[in-house]
Design a protein around this ligand. Structure first.
Ligand SMILES: *Cc1c(COP(=O)(O)O)cnc(C)c1O
Length: 368
């Protein structure tokens, strides 16, 4: 039986009556412009994250871009970000006209660390974005310490970390703002493009509400140039059905990750580390594998899907003219070896054992 990297049909099958009702209900009401479901979801997601405000936006990229805009970051400014992240983190900085400054990541967490940030701080640094990569929280206490010392805000890119905790607090509640994506394959996914910003800062939330709607607070009065970047009502209706299941899904991801950890012990692959202070939510179960591409081919031949998140670190992308030290050894080493194995809440322990068995066979020389 084939084992895909993610299986969205399995989740839809479990929730189908509720999802269908929610979508049809939104259509029946036809309040599609910042309607009832958007407002309710914003309150529910703020409560879930333990923050005062949530602003629904069009995507995770919009969330990052608008937070930077709301902090008045633009041309001339530098924003320090990890190189090991999805390209959108860098893109959001570039879209404002600011310069992304790429930091190496910590080899254990694979996230931004204070040690990586410190040498890059300059008098043009206006913000630092920590990405909670693969669902693993960045070492946030030391990042908060260094950003406070340099008087710049810490933004969390929590697009892969819905529900993760650091010292008991949820991803998105630690920095000045948390940026979430609800892209369909994320731990909390909509069925189209969607995102949100979480924050305890009322003025920032107010600015974001204007920026997501053409810079408007009152209909046809535009205080500044914004974007069309609103969360849509149908996506919000879907997200409201899914949010109550998120903790259970994340628990299940942790259970399955522990099965992988045990089954891959003693093989040449490096399994994901977990921080003492944090709770991982395994958006990806990302191993570091010698002969990664051969392993992926071998697994594909066995009917097992894998993903590479991501093959090219951001500082080596042609699209963004960023600033970075000549080489970022950790980010480059991760990009060359990282491989995400199948992981989703509906996966079974037996399927995880089968994937791990194939990996063990590959490193033994191919015999199953
Ligand atoms: C998915 C993702 C984004 C972008 O989210 P979209 O909703 O696809 O725009 C940004 N940062 C990270 C780390 C992501 O994984």
């Amino acid at each position: 039986m084939n084992i895909p990297l993610v299986d969205l049909v399995a989740q839809y099958r479990c929730l189908r009556p509720e999802i269908d009702d929610a979508i049809l209900g939104a259509l029946a009401e036809m309040q599609l412009f910042l309607g009832r479901n958007v407002h309710a979801f914003e309150q529910e997601f703020a409560a879930y994250c333990g923050v005062a405000h949530c602003v629904g936006v069009g995507s995770g990229t919009d969330a990052l871009h608008l937070v930077l805009r709301a902090l008045d970051i633009g041309p001339g400014a530098e924003v320090i970000i990890p190189s090991h992240t999805f390209f959108a983190t860098a893109e959001a900085v570039a879209l404002t006209g600011a310069t992304p400054v790429f930091a190496d990541v910590d080899g254990t967490t694979r996230c931004l660390s204070a040690t990586g940030v410190e040498p890059l701080m300059s008098n043009r640094t206006r913000a630092v974005i920590a990405v909670h990569m693969h669902g693993q929280m960045a070492e946030t206490a030391s990042l908060l310490e260094i950003t406070r010392r340099h008087e710049v805000p810490l933004i969390e890119d929590a697009a892969q970390a819905h529900g993760a905790r650091y010292a008991g607090r949820r991803a998105g509640s630690l920095g000045i703002a948390g940026c979430f994506s609800f892209y369909f394959s994320k731990n909390l996914g909509a069925y189209g493009e969607a995102g949100a910003v979480t924050t305890n800062d009322a003025a920032l939330a107010d600015r974001l509400r204007a920026l997501r709607d053409h810079g408007s607070r009152t209909r046809y009065r535009h205080d500044e140039v914004g974007l069309n970047a609103r969360l849509d009502e149908i996506q919000a209706a879907v997200l409201r059905v899914k949010l109550p299941h998120l903790d259970r899904w994340n628990d299940r991801r942790r259970t399955l990750a522990a099965v992988y950890d045990a089954a891959l012990a003693g093989t040449p692959v490096e399994t994901p580390a977990t921080l003492e202070a944090a709770q991982h939510v395994y958006h990806h179960y990302a191993i570091l594998a010698p002969r990664r591409d051969e392993l992926a081919d071998y697994l594909r031949a066995e009917g097992i899907g894998t993903g590479i998140h991501y093959p090219v670190p951001c500082h080596l992308q042609t699209a963004v003219a960023g600033a970075a030290p000549p080489s970022l050894p950790q980010a480059e080493a991760i990009a060359g070896r990282v491989l995400s194995l199948p992981l989703y809440p509906e996966l079974t322990e037996e399927q995880v054992e089968r994937v791990a068995g194939c990996i063990r066979a590959f490193y033994r020389g191919g015999e199953l």
